[in-house]
Design a protein around this ligand. Sequence first.
Ligand SMILES: Cc1cc2nc3c(=O)[nH]c(=O)nc-3n(C[C@H](O)[C@H](O)[C@H](O)COP(=O)(O)OP(=O)(O)OC[C@H]3O[C@@H](n4cnc5c(N)ncnc54)[C@H](O)[C@@H]3O)c2cc1C
Ligand code: SF4
Length: 499
Amino acid sequence: MDTEFDILIIGSGAGGGTVASALSPLCADGARIAVLEWGPHFKDEEFTGGELEMAQKLFFESGAITNRDQTLTVACARGYGGSTLAYTGTSIEVPQRSVDHWNVPGLTIADLVPRMRHYKAQNNVHELSDEDINENNQLFAAGCRALGYSVKKFPVNIKGCKGSGMCNMGCPNGAKQGTNRVQLPAAEAAGVQVITNCRVHRILPHEVEAEVAPSPYGHPSAWPAGRYRLHAKVIVVAAGTMHSSALMAHSRLPVSLPALGRYFTCHPALTLIAQHDHPFLNYYGFPKTYYCDDFEEQDDYILETCMYFPFTTAKSLAGFGAEHSALMADFRRLQMILVLVSDQAEEGNRITPDADGNPVLHYTLSERTLDALVDSQRIAAKIFFAGGAARVHAPAADRFLIDKADSDQVDQLIDRRHLKLGKISIASAHPMGGCRIGTDPKNSVTNDRGKVHGLDWLYVADGSLFPGSSGVNPYVTIMALADRVAEGIRDRWRAGELR
Ligand SMILES: Cc1cc2nc3c(=O)[nH]c(=O)nc-3n(C[C@H](O)[C@H](O)[C@H](O)COP(=O)(O)OP(=O)(O)OC[C@H]3O[C@@H](n4cnc5c(N)ncnc54)[C@H](O)[C@@H]3O)c2cc1C
Ligand code: SF4
């Protein structure tokens, strides 16, 4: 085993996997590159689709890292491929208005677009044909169109999809083209080592302290269990938004980084559910085909189709007892919409490390976010009814179900005073920020190429780079940013600076 490397990459998700593949051509030039990944490399047969089993296997905290006041849960996965194991694979380019809003000199939409398109092509991104779209999605489109809202098709990154609908539990058919399927195998073939079951505990100048521990799942790690001290000319942190800033803060780096962990955003989301009078095809078929972004610019939210399995659906319902049980028993008649709010980057929303370096999330849902969550429930309810739903469950309604007969009173029945924080299930799968790109070390952590201010050996390349929320599903943007980071490192290698 080598303990001397040129480049060490911490994490193998959308960011780390991209950096590994983009830097892998340097291996032919003698570069020693390794990826250190905390989680296992799951075997194909371990993606069983069992909801609770996969939640526990795949995710940190079974998919629910909570903020300190327990009003929000955040999901991020652990394993070869990171959260790309669990994502749905909707592949949207960051819009110009988000990049303009970030306002980082040097970071332009013109630079990001070709990078995003490169990875979209690599990951087989395309739109589904109409005959592959199931009824849960068709009902959303019908409702939107009936009300005059625009509805767009998601580009998705699947190949050989069997429509099992289990994308968020890890695809049992190997159809989603995450970094586990595309970038990491290509990087390994080119000579990059990927060490799984390997948690980095601390980053030191040109060094990391890491530990390989056996896992009950996956292929065995390439290295025996034990503690390691590894040296590298360059270290790239791509541990994901929740873990990168926690790891860096825990490491006590030899520079002052006042913005580290701060300006966290996460697209707080609610799952909204409607009941139809007849059963239809909802849980089978690719789950997420359409979205509506008519409200993004003005009202800070987008609406997407979604379909979750029984546990996730049950916890998304505000209420309990007989009415909860009756609605769940009617699963075949349920339609779902996901609301995602574009939250603002605020300094006080931040991640700090606990004594072991695990993330502690300090996040307050702002008044603006709560207003958007209420407004979006009203719009979603109208879309459900326009699509033929008989009853709608909205967590901010004054009752468990709003009947179609009351559909003209949706604006009054769904109201902010009924939105009881801590009693409704606000969740996030898009954590962003904490190591934001910028020019001023007072309010940013890295430069526009992901190099940490004041340290020429340390880079960040994952969702934590976002200066503010992307406003859209983020993985394609993360890959583009990681590609920029890799390009900067590659240029330094080729200039002989890192040899
Ligand atoms: C359920 C779900 C659905 C989603 N659906 C979509 C979607 O449809 N479209 C979209 O655009 N986005 C989606 N996302 C978001 C997308 O998956 C993430 O934004 C993206 O994968 C984040 O990339 P990342 O590199 O920042 O982190 P991750 O992909 O989370 O990778 C981080 C990796 O670092 C590892 N790590 C952490 N700490 C350490 C350490 N100390 N040592 C070693 N390794 C470490 C972790 O184990 C993990 O494997 C979804 C996310 C989830 C959870
Ligand atoms: S719907 Fe398609 S991509 Fe999703 S888990 Fe099933 S086969 Fe995989």
